[in-house]
Structure formats: structure tokens, C-alpha cells
Design a protein around this ligand. Sequence first.
Ligand code: PLP
Length: 231
Amino acid sequence: MSDTHVEIATIASNLRAVRARIDDSCRAVGRNSADITLIAVGKFHPAASCRAAIAAGQSDFGENRVQEAAVKWPALRSEFPEIRLHLIGPLQTNKVKEAVSLFDVIQSIDRPKLAVAVAEQMAKQGRRPACLIQVNTGEEDQKAGIAPAEADGFIAQCRDGLGLPILGLMCIPPADEPPSLHFALLREIARRNQLSALSMGMSADYEDAIRFGATHVRVGTAIFGARPAPA
Ligand SMILES: *Cc1c(COP(=O)(O)O)cnc(C)c1O
């Protein structure tokens, strides 16, 4: 772990650099950086790295596996109750119960069966994490997300049919295409459905995403360094 574990001081300075670039990107397009939520993606990194980010003032964190979050976060969360935890990875229906109890935001609502299961668990637990709908803007077979053509209907089903607290949309553009078209498509789907949150942009392209209206950027490598191999 020592070669991949980035030191505490490095994480703090990386965070400062990312926040400064967010400020610059906002200034360039006349946006207010207070409207951007920086989500530090700690997947595969140890709890100690997340703790270092918390010490540097970071409050929103993203994990892409329920299992990993369930090991890493309960202790940190009881110590730092102001933390907001975002699920940004695919959610299997058999993990919905745990996800609803563990996360404050679920960004990967991507199919009717999952939406129904999440609504049921919210009713059971009396807990209502905010939800984002993941859109597969590149229509990639291997990627999660509702197809763009089905997005309007699915949004209506989630929001009006199931009463889910849908804040907005999330996407992960194809790795081999310029992300801007995908950011613009996500923004357009959100606009016509009157949704305000846009979770888009990662280490390589969060500045672009801000130009296209991102309200949530999900940054891992630029904060924590290269990811260790998954456990
Ligand atoms: C891992 C991950 C990120 C962060 O990626 P970096 O390139 O390390 O910033 C963002 N979003 C999702 C959905 C991820 O799985």
C-alpha cells in the first residue's frame, strides 16, 4: 500500500488545487463556485485517505461499491456527521436496502426495477436519500444508465409515479470520445425535465463539465492519486 497511499499533505494540496481550478472554471463562464459540489471519489483508497480529505475540509464523498462503503464509512460518518456520501456506481437490487441506509445521495438510478426497489426501501426505512438518474449518453452496452431516448419517460415514472426525490441527472461519457457532446446532451435532458442537478465531469474533464453546467463533479485521481487495485 505504501507506494499507492498518497500522503496526507499531498491530499490536502491536491484538494486545494482542484478547488482553485473549479473557481477558475466558474469565473471563466460567470458561474458561482458555491453552486458546484466537489465529490471526492475515494473508491479503492483506504479510510485514512478519506480522513485526510475530511481534515482538509472536504465534506462530499463518492463511492462506487456499496460493499466497500459499508466497510469504510460507518465509523467515519459517526465521527463526522456532516459528511455527505454519494453512491456513484451501479446498484444491484439486493443491495438497495443497505444503500438507502448508508448513502445521502444515490446517483445511479438507471432502470425501473431499481427505482421501484429504492422507493420501497425509502418507505420502509423512512429515509429519503436524494436521487439522480444515470443516463447512458454514449449508449454503450457495457455501461449502466437509461438510454437517452427513454430518459423522459423514466424521469416521469421515478418522480411522478414513484415519488422519488429526483434532483437531477448523472453521466459517464465514453472514454474515447470528447465529453462535451455528452455533457450538452445531459444538460438538455435535464433542462426539458426541469431538473437542476447535473453530475458530470471527473479528474480529466471536470473543468469542461463546469462550462457545460455541471453542479456536481466527481473527482478521484486528481485528489487521491492513482487508485490501488480493487480489494
Ligand atoms: C471512479 C469514478 C470517478 C472518478 O474518476 P477519476 O478519473 O479518478 O477522477 C468518477 N465517477 C465515477 C462514476 C467513478 O466510478
